[in-house]
Design a protein around this ligand. Structure first.
Ligand SMILES: [Zn+2]
Length: 109
């Protein structure tokens, strides 16, 4: 099954899942990060395709997409590093490197 940007339904899914301000916040994060992967330094030009923007704390851990899309929770990554970013270990390391990782919200019930 095709997932991610190759999936023709991806843009629509992103809008519903990532919230209405996602595209603006994603572009702002890339601009802040100098259009380069913050983990390995690969530039968007060298990457050969658009770099990805990762939520340091999962979207699921927030009550709203707008809260999850704050710039302090976003980091620009290449495709390879984005895969690594899915591990808890990686998030913990980013926090240790000085990223202001917002605390996960505890959901009632
Ligand atoms: Zn990278």
């Amino acid at each position: 099954m095709v997932s991610g940007p190759e999936n023709p339904l991806w843009e629509g899914k992103i809008y519903r899942k990532y919230g209405s301000n996602w595209h603006v916040q994603r572009d702002a994060a890339k601009h802040r990060d100098g259009y380069a992967c913050k983990h390995c330094g690969t530039s968007e030009h060298a990457h050969g395709r658009a770099l990805e923007v990762h939520h340091i704390v999962r979207l699921l851990d927030f009550d709203s997409t707008e809260a999850a899309n704050v710039l302090t929770n976003l980091i620009t990554l290449c495709t390879k590093c984005h895969r690594k970013a899915d591990s808890e270990l990686y998030r913990a390391r980013k926090a240790a490197q000085g990223y202001q990782v917002p605390p996960a919200r505890i959901r009632p019930g």
